[in-house]
Design a protein. Structure first.
Length: 412
């Protein structure tokens, strides 16, 4: 069994100019996947879309059950403006529609921003041949064909085949009692110290604002470097066995030289702005699904979480559905659940599983997130990026809501 669904290699990504995309790549994709993309566009009831790049426009529309590309603008279409590099990244799945918005690389010039986000699975159908999810296309069943019990949780000594099957079907796991309360207390104390030392714009933390406008540190980047206890737990066999649970021999983060890094989070009460209680998204929501998915995101419950303290929301089976990767797709028919955890529990989800952080309403919670990735495909390589640049890019996301709002501005 495997959760590896990658179709692209990093070494094959190239810089494409506007005319190469408009004159060759898009027409070629239409020749291969016009019906697949057209069906998805029609199912999602999205408007046609005009792409404007450096003064030239093309419009994508559905006609007679197939997607077509036409030269020029269309006044009744949604429209966006972007540059050649952003277009190149979009068609090669290096950046998603939301990813471009998050990094201020696209502007909505006509229409509804939700439509731009909704086009993401249609683009993936057009350029990658992935059918847009339709109701009933994904079933999540037990070995006997009955509905899978989403409330099921596991312990470390449970049957690994059962755990693996559940993960493949549901796209998530809840593992009970992996770490002790004493271990979590030590990690919690280290997180408190790191949060106390955090400063706005320090490049090492994310901040969020409450209803009074007061800013709070909510995420410590590279937290494994600030907690000796956590660094030791990341090397512990109680965590390491997950690298083999999917059959893919997963590895630590490529960006972190093969080692498992981690970020420490606190979910305070009364947060109104910033990236604390993240809405529905996939971890590939900024793009690169076809280069990375599926990996595993692992949450270590420092304090536990329930209905009153912001439990993690999951849509079981969504890792097998080509839906928009940011916000919950209106066409998605799969139900959502909440994972109630105790101190020392783990949550595990595939990088393509739709999930969210519910805001706590009675008491805050703390959690550490780490993860595992697919090893590079044979012959692939990644251009080395300095660690400082990687961290700076990650730190900039703390202000991403403002950039998304700018991309969503409508000129009509």
């Amino acid at each position: 069994m495997s959760i590896d669904c990658r179709t692209r290699r990093h070494c094959e990504r190239v810089r494409l100019e506007r005319d190469a995309v408009f004159d060759y790549l898009i027409p070629e994709a239409v020749s291969q996947h016009a019906e697949l993309a057209g069906r998805g566009l029609r199912y999602k009831a999205l408007p046609q879309l005009t792409l404007e790049v450096n003064g030239r426009c093309v419009t994508l529309r559905e006609k007679h059950g197939a997607l077509q590309v036409e030269e020029g603008d269309a006044s009744d279409s949604a429209a966006v403006s972007l540059d050649s590099d952003a277009l190149s990244d979009l068609v090669q799945d290096w950046s998603s529609t939301m990813g471009l918005a998050m990094n201020s690389r696209v502007q909505m010039t006509r229409g509804n921003f939700d439509d731009w986000i909704g086009w993401e699975p249609v683009f993936r159908a057009l350029f990658d041949g992935r059918p847009v999810h339709e109701a009933g296309a994904v079933t999540v069943v037990d070995r006997d064909g009955s509905d899978l019990d989403f409330s099921r949780s596991f312990e470390l000594d449970d049957d690994s085949d059962e755990i693996s099957y559940f993960l493949h079907q549901a796209g998530f796991l809840h593992l009970r009692g992996v770490f002790t309360e004493e271990e979590m207390a030590a990690v919690s104390a280290d997180l408190d110290k790191a949060l106390a030392r955090a400063e706005p714009d320090d490049g090492a933390s994310w901040w969020a604002g409450d209803s009074q406008g007061v800013q709070h540190p909510v995420r410590v980047l590279c937290f494994h470097e600030r907690s000796a206890t956590l660094a030791e737990l990341l090397r512990d066999s109680r965590l390491g066995w997950l690298a083999n649970i999917t059959g893919d021999n997963l590895v630590g983060s490529v960006e972190d030289s093969g080692c498992m890094g981690a970020e420490g989070l606190i979910k305070p009460l009364d947060i109104k702005t910033g990236l604390s209680d993240l809405p529905w998204h996939k971890d590939c929501g900024q793009g690169r699904h076809s280069y990375y998915c599926n990996g595993l995101t692992i949450g270590i419950s420092i304090t536990g979480a329930d209905e009153r303290s912001g439990a993690l929301g999951i849509v079981p089976g969504s890792h097998r559905a080509n839906v928009q990767t940011a916000r919950r797709d209106p066409s998605l028919d799969l139900p959502a659940i909440k994972l109630v955890t105790e101190t020392g529990d783990l949550t595990v989800h595939c990088s393509d599983t739709l999930h969210r952080a519910y805001p706590p309403i009675e008491r805050p919670r703390k959690v550490v997130y780490t993860g595992l990735q697919q090893p590079l495909m044979q012959g692939d390589f990644i251009e080395e990026v300095p660690v400082e640049k990687q961290r700076a890019t990650r730190a900039k996301l703390t202000n991403v809501r403002d950039r998304i709002a700018g991309a969503a501005r409508q000129d009509t």
